[in-house]
Design a protein around this ligand. Structure first.
Ligand code: PBG
Ligand code: ZN
Length: 331
C-alpha cells in the first residue's frame, strides 16, 4: 500500500500553496544596512575581504542613504573611521566627528530614514580595545568598565544632538544600558531608542570588520568583555539584564553560528530582537560566490530567511541592498 499524501506534501505542490502557508516573511523593511564613514570628500575605499563594501566619505554615505530609501530599507547603521585615534578614543565624542557629521547629512537629505550609530570606542582608540585601559590586578592593562561607560554616555549625547534615531552600544561593558538611558533622558532625549548588543560573542567572524575599521586590538583579545561562544544561558541572562536596564531592542551577534541563541533570547524576553549578520559571514558568502561554488542570491535569501525564522525581528546585514533588490524581483 502506498503511503498516503501528507498534508505537508499537499501544501508544497505549487508556489501559491507554499506562499499561503509560509511561516516566515523576509522583507527589506526588517533590514539595517551598515556603512563605514570616513573623513574627506569623494572617496570610496574598497574593503578587500568584503566585495561591494567600502569606507565612504560623507557625500557617498548620503548617496547610499538615497539608495537605501529607494530599496525600502528603513535604517542605516554607522561606523566611524576617524583620522585621529588616541588612548581614550576622544574622536568618538567630537561634535564634528565623522559619525556626527554623517548623521546630520543623512537626516537633512532623508529625514524618514532611521540612523543608528554604533556606539563603541574601538574604532577610536589607538590600542583598538572597546574602552579605556587601566592596570588590572595583575599589573597588565585591562579595560576600565566604569570609566568607559562614562565616555560612551558622553558620545551618545553627541549622537543624539546630531539627530540619531537610535543608538547601538556594542562595547559589552556592564551597566551601560542603564546609564545611557538615564543620561539620555536627563539630556532631553527620552525618545532615543537603545539597541543593546546584549549577547556579543568573542568571535573570529569579526576579522574583515576589524581590517575595515582598523580596530584590531594592539595586544590581547576581547574575551574579557565579549562572550564565550560556548554559552547560551549566559546570553539569556545578559539580555534580561539589558531589558531591565531599559533596552528597547536586544541584539545577538554574530547571527549564523548563534541562531539558537537568537531563538532563546526571543522566547525569554519577548522583546524585539536584532541580530548582526557580521563581516566574516558576508565574506564567506562573497568568496564562495566569486569562486562559483554557490548561487549567491539563493544562499543569501536562504540565510536571511533562516535568521528571521530563528526569531530575529531586525537583521543588520551587508547584503541588505542586494537582498532588497532580489526580493523585489521575486514579487
Ligand atoms: C566592536 C564591533 C565589532 C563589530 C562591530 N563593532 C566586533 C569587534 O571588533 O569586536 C563587528 C561587525 C562585523 O564583523 O561586521 N564594537
Ligand atoms: Zn568595540
Amino acid at each position: 500500500m502506498p503511503f498516503p499524501t501528507t498534508r505537508m506534501r499537499r501544501m508544497r505542490r505549487t508556489g501559491a500553496l507554499r506562499g499561503l502557508v509560509r511561516e516566515t516573511q523576509l522583507d527589506a523593511g526588517d533590514f539595517v544596512y551598515p556603512l563605514f564613514v570616513t573623513h574627506g570628500t569623494d572617496r570610496r575605499e574598497p574593503i578587500e575581504a568584503m566585495p561591494g563594501i567600502s569606507r565612504l566619505t560623507i557625500d557617498h554615505v548620503v548617496a547610499e542613504a538615497a539608495e537605501a530609501v529607494a530599496l525600502g530599507i528603513p535604517a542605516l547603521m554607522l561606523f566611524g573611521i576617524p583620522d585621529h585615534k588616541d588612548e581614550e578614543g576622544s574622536s568618538a565624542w567630537d561634535e564634528e566627528g565623522v559619525v556626527q557629521l554623517a548623521i546630520r547629512a543623512i537626516k537633512d537629505a532623508h529625514p524618514e530614514l532611521l540612523v543608528i550609530p554604533d556606539l563603541c570606542l574601538c574604532e577610536y582608540t589607538s590600542h583598538g580595545h572597546c574602552g579605556v585601559l587601566r592596570a588590572g590586578p595583575d599589573g597588565l592593562p585591562s579595560v576600565d568598565n566604569d570609566a568607559t561607560v562614562e565616555l560612551l554616555a558622553r558620545t551618545a549625547i553627541t549622537y543624539a544632538q546630531a539627530g540619531a534615531d537610535m543608538i547601538a552600544p556594542s562595547d559589552m561593558m556592564d551597566g551601560r544600558v542603564g546609564l545611557l538611558r538615564a543620561e539620555l533622558d536627563e539630556a532631553g532625549f527620552p525618545d532615543l531608542a537603545i539597541m543593546a548588543h546584549s549577547a556579543k560573542f568573542a568571535s573570529a567572524y569579526y576579522g574583515p570588520f576589524r581590517e575595515a575599521a582598523g580596530s584590531t586590538p594592539a595586544f590581547g583579545d576581547r574575551r574579557s568583555y565579549q562572550m564565550d561562544p560556548a554559552n547560551g544561558d549566559e546570553a539569556v541572562r545578559e539580555a534580561l539584564l539589558d531589558v531591565q536596564e531599559g533596552a528597547d531592542l536586544v541584539l545577538v551577534k554574530p547571527a549564523l553560528p548563534y541562531l539558537d541563541v537568537i531563538r532563546r533570547v526571543k522566547d525569554a524576553t519577548g522583546m524585539p530582537v536584532a541580530t548582526y549578520n557580521v563581516s566574516g559571514e558576508y565574506a564567506m558568502v562573497k568568496a564562495a560566490a566569486a569562486a562559483g561554488y554557490i548561487d549567491e542570491r539563493a544562499v543569501v535569501i536562504e540565510t536571511l530567511t533562516s535568521i528571521r525564522r530563528a526569531g530575529a525581528d531586525v537583521v543588520i546585514t551587508y547584503h541588505a541592498k542586494d537582498a532588497a533588490r532580489w526580493l523585489s524581483e521575486m514579487e
